[in-house]
Design a protein around this ligand. Structure first.
Ligand code: SAM
Length: 353
């Protein structure tokens, strides 16, 4: 239904009135509001809490341009607005014509994932948007400035408890707007509303971990054969093999708890042509000059040796740093013990820095 609804919206002939934009939804045989003027206090407050002068701002969904005006009033360095409905794109271009710091992007916000532009503030207020709850969090974590930034979005529930509208982030703060008194409509009829805000720390921090473009890293888990298992289906409370010390190579069975985390990062060290792809600050156990020592991945050199599960050593023959803007999945165990990836011993933990 979601896609039908969205396609139907994108093809719809919208009705523009002074205080609202509406469309007729054939599937529902119903008239729906895309945006209404009563939201102005919410939009103003959202800009106030999320945007500072000099920011590079990304706004998703132009609608009536109420939030766009509020953002402009805060003097952003640049103000990118992405919009997908053809009629609203026309309105957006008219509005932007005399605003040199506005960059218009036609299409969906998801389309921006692959360009390298980063933002200090990301404001999301879209409509019939199926991508939202699946990818918005990763999108923001990828697109936020390396110095960190703020994210705010339309709060579907209006309250403070709905996990879905929090996009599964912790530490979302809320600013209440009261006295709204909306005219009856099909989407929000309460007098108060809570604006969510998430402070993101930014990608200047490189998350440590083992990364793969392919989600095909094998971890050794414990069954009778100590089989390898693809990381993707591994969940909490499975057992994997660990080894604390290559000089005393006892393989220990540990319970994996909680499950691996999948995150995004950019820039990885590719060791021995895809044997491992590792972020710079991931600690590694290596043998150098005859001794096992811990070095971060960005300190490894050709000739260092890695520890293999069969108690042999694998010499590092190539290290290539991939600094492209490729978005990787990163896999990081929240464990207190070492583990094996693609048969190679990976050191636990490490500071994200
Ligand atoms: C609720 S309105 C935005 C209202 C706006 N904040 C304002 O203050 O007027 C939602 C807008 O998002 C646009 N939209 C919906 N899905 C989108 C997507 N995936 N990418 C970009 N724009 C989208 C819609 O066409 C519509 O213009």
């Amino acid at each position: 239904m979601g896609n039908i609804f969205r396609n139907s919206y994108l093809a719809a002939n919208l009705t523009f009135e002074d205080d609202k934009i509406t469309w007729h939804c054939p599937e529902m045989d119903d008239t729906r509001e895309v945006m209404m003027e009563w939201e102005t206090p919410i939009m103003n407050k959202m800009a106030e809490i999320a945007v500072s002068a000099g920011d590079h701002v990304l706004e998703c969904g132009f609608g009536m341009g109420i939030l766009s005006n509020a953002v402009q009033a805060r003097n952003p360095a640049s103000h990118t607005i992405v919009e997908c409905h053809p009629q609203i794109i026309v309105k957006l271009k008219e509005w932007a014509a005399d605003k040199p710091n506005v960059i218009v992007k036609e299409g969906k916000w998801m389309d921006l994932l692959d360009d390298s532009q980063k933002y200090d503030a990301i404001l999301m207020d879209t409509y019939v948007d199926d991508d939202l709850h699946v990818t918005f969090r990763q999108f923001c974590e990828t697109k936020i400035s390396s110095n960190g930034g703020k994210v705010s979005w339309w709060n579907f529930s209006g309250g403070t408890t709905d996990q879905w509208m929090k996009f599964y982030w912790d530490n979302v703060t809320f600013t209440e707007v009261t006295g709204l008194n909306p005219p009856e409509n099909t989407y929000y009829n309460r007098d108060n509303y809570f604006i969510p805000l998430k402070n993101l720390s930014g990608t200047r921090k490189t998350l440590n971990g083992i990364v793969t473009k392919l989600n095909d890293v094998d971890v050794i888990y414990n069954d009778s054969n100590s089989s390898t298992k693809n990381l993707t289906p591994i969940t909490a409370n499975q057992t994997i093999l660990s080894c604390e010390d290559p000089t005393n190579p006892n393989l220990i069975v540990k319970t994996l708890d909680p499950k691996p985390m999948y995150m995004r990062c950019q820039g990885v060290y590719n060791i021995n042509n895809d044997l491992l792809a590792v972020t710079g600050n991931q600690p590694m156990l290596i043998k150098r000059s005859g001794s096992w020592v811990t070095k971060n991945a960005n300190e490894l050199v050709v000739g260092d040796k890695l520890y293999k599960v069969d108690n042999t050593e694998v010499e590092i023959t190539s290290i290539n740093f991939d600094s492209s803007n490729t978005v990787y999945e990163i896999i990081k165990f929240e464990t207190d013990y070492n583990y094996f990836v693609n048969n190679i011993l990976i050191k636990k933990g490490g500071e994200d820095a």
